[in-house]
Design a binder for this molecule. Sequence first.
Ligand SMILES: Cc1cc2nc3c(=O)[nH]c(=O)nc-3n(C[C@H](O)[C@H](O)[C@H](O)COP(=O)(O)O)c2cc1C
Length: 231
Amino acid sequence: MKKNTKGIMSLLLAAGLLAGCGSAAGSSRTSAAAVTAAPAAETAAASESSAAGSGAAESAETEASSSGAGSGKTLVVYYSATGNTKAAAEMIAGAAGADLFELTPVEPYTSEDLNWSDDNSRVVKEHEDEALQNQVALTTTSVDAWDSYDTVFIGYPIWWGIAAWPVNQFVQNNDFTGKKVIPFCTSSSSELGESGKNLAEMAGTGDWQEGRRFSSHPDSADVTDWVSSQI
Ligand SMILES: Cc1cc2nc3c(=O)[nH]c(=O)nc-3n(C[C@H](O)[C@H](O)[C@H](O)COP(=O)(O)O)c2cc1C
């Protein structure tokens, strides 16, 4: 499906819809102006992230920090292009005593790839063609001991009001039957919106919860409080 990417973004910004395209309880709101500046800021941040080694060297990994207690384990799966969702994921894992699993595209997004104001950038082309979104391959979508996890948090940045599509193949390739699935996202100002519901439909299995949006720089006490209300 073709979309007028810049037109849509401009309209959303003008209408302030990016600041309120959802209603996750307790989510913070910031001004639409913050959104205007955000993607450019993220583009700059992306180069730092790439330089810091967010590519193949930092491939999908599990970190042995499982609680091991109770009836089952908790996993925090996330994709993060510029580090914000990663920070939130690490806070959630710390609060939940969970394992972490980072989703890494086979072709990581560079700062040029993430430049939403460039009609020819990778992310704009993918935004304009949903088929491309589902083709973003990950280094792996297979989690060791997947059956041992009862609860799965799944995190992503918001891109144009929806979940950043590098999470799609993970959601499509895994069976969430019997698992409580809790979406979370970071964004400049958009809410979680329909992103969690869309992923639940994409998965087709699992007990998906409402989820929660955090700002691009989540507050650790805020995250911890929320986690304790979820598990
Ligand atoms: C291509 C692109 C599109 C974005 N679209 C939105 C949006 O629609 N609404 C919003 O509030 N923020 C948007 N952002 C900002 C990111 O959601 C936000 O900075 C997020 O915290 C980035 O997370 P990350 O560092 O884990 O990648 C966008 C950023 C990029 C790169």
